[in-house]
Design a protein around this ligand. Structure first.
Ligand SMILES: Nc1nc2c(ncn2[C@@H]2O[C@H](COP(=O)(O)OP(=O)(O)O)[C@@H](O)[C@H]2O)c(=O)[nH]1
Ligand SMILES: [Mg+2]
Length: 321
């Protein structure tokens, strides 16, 4: 059971890792798995009315119109090829079709030549700083030396929040007082990381500037400053998206991707939202790697993305029986 990097028995009496994921994704499971299970449990004929009900459920679960269309097209093809006989077979088919949408986005974290420089971006409140905190722990557990840079210099509280995580999870911290130039912080951090043999440098950034173009300009400046010290840096630009905002995540993604080029994603706050279906829309639209899911505020609540586990958690096998 290596899927979350830690075996369930390491949890010291707490529910296993997969059980916890399942528990945290309860709202999305309700919107998707439970509703589909109810629709498909009875051996209803696979007719236009049933297909319409399925389509409505998928849209309600925030998969997005385009994704739902392509899923329904595939279901239709399988029906006409007589691969689907009754409503229960539809459930099994949907599990497979939805899994196939996510699979291209499952990539292991791309470890690079140290120091690997990771720029964390996203709008205010998306979960950047919290995700960095959790990633510190994740990398530390692999025996890596981690440094974080407090590039959100707008609020003193943001710097403190990162400092707290760094201390708790065991990373060194590079920061400057509030109001400092974020690019200067990034520059100092990379220089220190190079000098101190750091494996992974995680750079926090601000999510809100006076204008959107100000935010993108600042991120561009950070990029240029880093590249002066290491032409290959930043090695990863990770967009942190709040999964609870549903389809709005797509617009955000497009915006950030166009402006600075995103290499991978973390989707946060999948606990407590029924909009987890947005992952399918993101996967279908971008195919970008989804490295981590955030399923809570604690340091343990980061999950390397595993499509099969995600599907099992929101569309449990046998839910149609
Ligand atoms: N429930 C839940 N809350 C989260 C998650 N990730 C972040 N948060 C919370 O969302 C809020 C904003 O997070 P923060 O990391 O400060 O966002 P930032 O502005 O992008 O740095 C904080 O209260 C976090 O505790 C998550 O996966 N689940
Ligand atoms: Mg922050």
């Amino acid at each position: 059971m290596a899927f979350f990097g830690r075996a369930p028995q390491d949890e010291g009496g707490k529910p296993g890792v997969f059980a916890r994921l399942t528990e945290r994704l309860a709202n999305t499971r309700q919107a998707l798995g439970q509703n589909l299970g109810q629709l498909l449990r009875l051996r209803r004929p696979v007719d236009a009315a049933l297909l319409e009900d399925i389509e409505t459920t998928l849209i309600g679960a925030d998969l997005g119109v385009d994704t739902v269309q392509s899923v329904m097209d595939e279901v239709g093809r399988r029906i006409s090829r007589r691969e689907i006989g009754d409503s229960r077979a539809v459930y099994a088919a949907l599990r497979g079709i939805l899994l196939d949408i996510l699979k291209p986005c499952a990539k292991p974290w791309p470890h690079g030549t140290p120091p690997q420089v990771v720029l964390m971006v996203g709008i205010n409140g998306a979960g950047k700083t919290t995700t960095i905190g959790k990633m510190i722990l994740y990398f530390r557990e692999q025996g890596l030396k981690v440094m974080v840079a407090a590039g959100d210099t707008f609020r003193a509280a943001a710097i403190e929040q990162l400092a707290t995580w760094a201390e708790r999870a065991g990373a060194s911290l590079i920061s400057q007082p509030r109001g400092a130039d974020a690019a200067a912080v990034a520059h100092d951090a990379l220089q220190a990381a190079q000098a101190r043999g750091i494996d992974v440098l995680l750079i926090d950034t601000a999510g809100r500037l006076h204008t959107q173009s100000g935010l993108m300009d600042e991120l561009g400046k950070i990029r240029r400053v880093l590249a002066r010290l290491d032409p290959t840096a930043p090695h990863e630009v990770i967009l942190v998206l709040d999964g609870g905002i549903g389809q709005n995540a797509l617009a955000q993604l497009e915006h950030f991707h166009k402006a600075i080029g995103i290499t991978g994603l973390c989707i946060t706050k999948l606990d407590g939202t029924a909009k987890g279906g947005v992952l399918f829309a993101i996967a279908k639209k971008t195919g970008l790697p989804i490295y981590f899911l955030g399923v809570g505020e604690g340091e343990e609540d980061l999950r390397p993305f595993d499509p099969a586990n995600f599907i099992d958690a929101i569309l449990p096998p046998g839910n149609d029986t």
